[in-house]
Write a protein that binds this ligand. Sequence first.
Ligand code: F3S
Length: 394
Amino acid sequence: MLELKPEEKAMLEGRQGKATRKAMEIITSLGEIYGARRLIPISSVQIAGVSYDNLGEPGLEFLSDMAADGKARVLTTLNPAGMDLEEWQKHGITAEFARNQQRVVDAFAKMGVVTTCTCTPYLVGNLPHYGEHIAWAESSAVCFANSVIGARTNREGGPSALAAALTGLTAEYGLHLDENRVAEVKYEIKATLKTTDDFGLLGQVIGERTKQAIPYVTGVSHATTEDLMSFCASVATYGGVAMFHMEGISPSRTTVPEKTETVTQEDLNKARQSLDDKDAIIDFISIGCPHASINEIAHIAGLLDGKRVKKGKTVWITTARPTKDLAIRMGYYEKIETAGAFLVSDACCAVAPLKGRFTGLMTDSAKACFYARGKNKFKTEIRTIEECIEEAVS
Ligand code: F3S
């Protein structure tokens, strides 16, 4: 039975405005459904459902209602929008879409949300610490927060993340509780993992096998932050996994499960084949799913330096606005754009309105393949970042 403190009851009764009341209704309903006993304060929120391509007018109407008197009480940032908020014309976005996307962002800004639109908020200032309770929505970021940082969040929906922002609260259930953060299946990795695409394939294999159970992963001797971002995105996409333990990497403690599975090189090869369409004609190359780090952008700028993207190919490197600003200062943007590729901030290849514009995507991201096929009906090929750039320029 969910028990509310007097100030929480006051919110629910509407004494702090209509948006706060609606937000409290959402949070208490979820709390009751999932058997929470109390609400807990959270210190950070990340809201998904930002692209106008996904929200449409009904979603925008809900946001506008909440923005009438709602204000974020904790640090809150956004998931990618459907376009680069400044350079959208260059990327073939229509003026009508841009107008509507800006209305969405304006509604969030009115509520005091920081309008950094990214799925890697932990790289650009929305970084919780170990054990901190937060309310994030983007599946890859949720997985990263729980598993790599050791913060605690359920996978919120767009409305429940907004509700957490407007109240500073969430219901205590699921991954906020110790007993639900215990590994359930052990995966021994007997394969070579070198690049972000390898880690995406590993996420696909484990995700498809584990089906939301919390995996305990052994045998990964080294992983960069970008490798872990790729793994998180993939294991969440293919298995709905919101948390894993990776031996030697994850900070959280758990018992090691007895049930053990093995992932071999052959398993990864099969996963790779499953994402490679034989008849793909590649006209779109996208890197930055999840949003690229400054380290990746520096590497890509080096690969593109002095080269030229071939006619008939479009290249998007997607990232967060602060990372793009840094890339401009460091001269990486200049190298990328002079080569004819685009450094696109605020958006990504899955939530931008790209259906019908391309036929074949090459990417280093297993998650991007999933959405390219499902949402945009593109054919796909998964390769290393170096191979993606080679395909663009050779
Ligand atoms: Fe991020 Fe978009 Fe990929 S939200 S994880 S870049 S599908």
